[in-house]
Design a protein around this ligand. Structure first.
Ligand code: ADP
Length: 293
C-alpha cells in the first residue's frame, strides 16, 4: 500500500492567443478544469499504476473540494483520510498561450491548513509500505509524516518539489530522495547536479533528467544512469508526478531499485505523450507496454 501526503488543487486552465498583460482582458479559447497539485497528482499516478493508494491532504468546503474528492475517489484513490477545512480549496489559475507559454497563480487555500497529523493519519502512514511526500504543504506536516513513517518501518520517499529551504533534520527521515536538476541544486547549493553531497544527506537518490531518463545512486555504491524510453512528446507537464507515483508503487511491490526506476521512466514517458496534467497520468497497462519496449 502507498500513502501520499500532500497537496490538492483544482487546476483552472484557460487557453488564449496571447497571455493578458497587467490590466488587459483577453477573449480566450477553451477552458478546462482538472484536479491537480503534486500530492493529488502523485496519488492518482500511483492508483493508475496499480497501487493500492491512500491520499492524505486537505481540501476546502467549496464546490472545488467536492469535485476534487470525487475525482480522486473515481480514480480509485482511498479518500478516507482527506480533510475538509472550512474555506477555499487550493486553486491554480493557469493561462496558456498558443506557443505553450504559461502564467500560473497558485492559491494554496486548504493546503495551508494541513497542519498537525491526527492519530488516525499517523496510523495510516505507519501501516503503508511506502510513504510519498512533496513540498506543497506546510513542511512541518511533511516532517511529521516522514517521521511517523520512519518510526514504523514504512519506506519514505520525498520528492523535493517545488524547491524550498528545508528545516534541519527533515532529510534524516527520508529513505529515497527524488529530485530534478533544479531541485538537486537547491539542496546542495552547487552548480552541477552532483549526487555525492545528496548521498551525504539521504541513503538513496533518484535524479530525474527529463528526456534523458534518470540516474539512481545509493550509499551501497550503485550509481546507474537509467535511459529514457523514446516516445513522441506532446506535453511534459506532470511527467515528474507520473514518475514519482509509479516509483512508489514499484518500490511497494518490492522491485529492486534500478528496475523500479526503469519502470517509473516508462510511466514518465507515457505521460509526456498526452496533453494535460492529471488526465495524462498513465494506467498500468500503458506503463507495461512502454516498459516492454
Ligand atoms: P520534472 O517534471 O519533475 O522536472 P522530468 O522532466 O525530469 O521531471 O521528468 C520525469 C521523468 O519523466 C524523467 O525522469 C523521464 O523518465 C520521463 N520523461 C520526461 N520527459 C521525457 C521525454 N521527453 N521522453 C521520455 N521520457 C521523459
Amino acid at each position: 500500500r502507498v500513502a501520499v501526503v500532500g497537496s490538492a488543487n483544482m487546476d483552472l486552465v484557460g487557453l488564449a492567443e496571447h497571455l493578458p498583460r497587467p490590466g488587459e482582458t483577453v477573449l480566450g479559447d477553451d477552458f478546462v478544469m482538472t484536479p491537480g497539485g503534486k500530492g493529488a497528482n502523485q496519488a492518482i499516478a500511483a492508483a493508475r499504476a496499480g497501487g493500492t493508494t491512500t491520499f492524505l491532504g486537505a481540501i476546502g468546503s467549496d464546490s472545488f473540494g467536492v469535485t476534487l474528492g470525487s475525482r480522486l475517489a473515481a480514480t480509485g484513490v482511498d479518500t478516507t483520510h482527506v480533510r475538509t477545512s472550512y474555506g477555499s480549496s487550493g486553486v491554480a489559475v493557469i493561462m496558456v498561450d498558443r506557443a505553450g507559454e504559461n502564467s500560473i497563480l497558485v492559491s494554496p487555500g486548504a493546503n495551508r491548513t494541513f497542519l498537525g497529523l491526527t492519530d488516525d493519519e499517523r496510523a495510516c502512514v505507519a501501516e503503508a509500505d511506502v510513504l510519498l511526500c512533496q513540498q506543497e504543504i506546510p513542511l512541518a506536516t511533511v516532517a511529521e509524516a516522514l517521521a511517523a513513517g520512519r518510526a514504523a518501518g514504512t519506506r519514505t520517499i520525498l520528492n523535493a518539489a517545488p524547491a524550498r529551504e528545508l528545516p534541519p533534520g527533515l532529510l534524516d527521515q527520508v529513505d529515497l530522495l527524488v529530485v530534478n536538476e533544479t531541485e538537486a541544486r537547491a539542496i546542495t547549493g552547487g552548480s552541477a547536479p552532483d549526487l555525492a553531497p545528496l548521498l551525504a544527506l539521504v541513503p538513496r537518490v533518484v535524479l530525474t533528467l527529463s528526456g534523458n531518463g534518470s540516474r539512481y545512486a545509493d550509499r551501497d555504491g550503485q550509481d546507474v544512469h537509467v535511459p529514457a524510453f523514446r516516445v513522441e512528446v506532446a506535453d511534459t507537464t506532470a511527467a515528474g508526478d507520473a514518475f514519482c507515483g509509479a516509483l512508489a508503487v514499484a518500490w511497494a511491490e518490492g522491485r529492486p531499485m534500478v528496475d523500479a526506476v526503469r519502470w517509473a521512466n516508462a510511466a514518465g514517458a507515457a505521460s509526456v505523450r498526452k496533453i494535460g496534467a492529471s488526465n495524462a497520468l498513465p494506467e498500468r497497462a500503458e506503463i507495461e507496454a512502454i516498459f516492454a519496449g
